[in-house]
Design a protein around this ligand. Structure first.
Ligand SMILES: Nc1ncnc2c1ncn2[C@@H]1O[C@H](COP(=O)(O)OP(=O)(O)OP(=O)(O)O)[C@@H](O)[C@H]1O
Length: 230
């Protein structure tokens, strides 16, 4: 279980508070108006933004200070690939930051790439891939890292609807295979309907406790109603 206890992040004149928990294995969409603090919530959990107050635990244990030591994989909108490295190297970084991959590492990288549909593309550079393929590389890295908590900050925002739906399905499959819990920021309520069990609404400086997805869409609070456009 992810537990966020009376946590607060202060950034200049912006403050985000959260007091909530997410059960293991849940698929959570993070929704809310632009600038409300959705990315800040993920940065808080990942350890990129220090807490001014409160504590964050995973399975009852306080998260280590260093983001690299947290049981987390994160995917950003730009899919954070290095342009000068090959697909295999970009994925291999998830295993060994110094890229000194053993033969076993290399075969695991190959298997992860094959799992996301990129078999045979190991030697390409990101510039030689389509947007959907780049997203798949980021997911292969997540698969390989095999961390129990997956944070996705609008990873497929640049993709068209059909491709986005395909990628969401793949995320769902990978999360189920690795038994990961995931939180995904989305600007698209349809994405939330498609892939989430619960929704965390972020608005007014607060990340609210998760509500079951069908429930929140059946009876949207004002902030979500505005966000849904009426
Ligand atoms: N480094 C910073 N210093 C001060 N304020 C910041 C900083 N980064 C972001 N903010 C502010 O914090 C607030 C929350 O930003 P955040 O990126 O978390 O929102 P968001 O809900 O993810 O927005 P969007 O949907 O537009 O991506 C915004 O008002 C933003 O202007």
């Amino acid at each position: 279980m992810l537990t966020i206890e009376n946590a607060r992040v202060d950034m200049g004149d912006f403050t985000l508070s959260a007091d909530l928990h997410v059960n293991r294995g849940e698929r959570v969409a993070v929704l809310g108006p632009s600038g409300a603090g959705k990315s800040t919530l993920l940065a808080m959990i990942a350890g990129f933004q220090p807490l001014s107050d409160g504590v964050i635990r995973w399975q009852g244990t306080v998260m280590p200070n260093d983001p690299a030591d947290r049981p987390i994989s994160m995917v950003f909108q730009d899919n954070n690939l290095f342009p000068h490295l090959t697909v295999a190297q970009n994925v291999g970084l998830g295993l060994r930051p110094d890229l000194r991959l053993t033969a076993e590492d290399t075969s695991r990288v190959g298997a992860a790439l094959a799992r996301v549909g990129l078999g045979g593309k190991e030697g390409r550079k990101p510039a030689q891939l389509s947007g959907g393929q780049i997203a798949r590389v980021a997911l292969a890295r997540v698969l390989l890292r095999d961390r129990p908590l997956l944070l996705l900050d609008e990873p497929f925002g640049a993709l068209g609807p059909a491709l986005r739906a395909e990628m969401l399905e793949l995320v769902g499959e990978l999360a189920a295979e690795t038994k990961a819990t995931f939180l995904m920021v989305s600007h698209n309520p349809e994405d939330a309907r498609l892939m989430s069990d619960e929704v965390i609404l972020v608005e007014g400086g607060t990340a609210h406790a998760p509500v079951p997805t069908p429930e929140i869409f059946a009876n949207p609070p004002d902030a979500l109603r505005d966000y849904l456009g009426g």
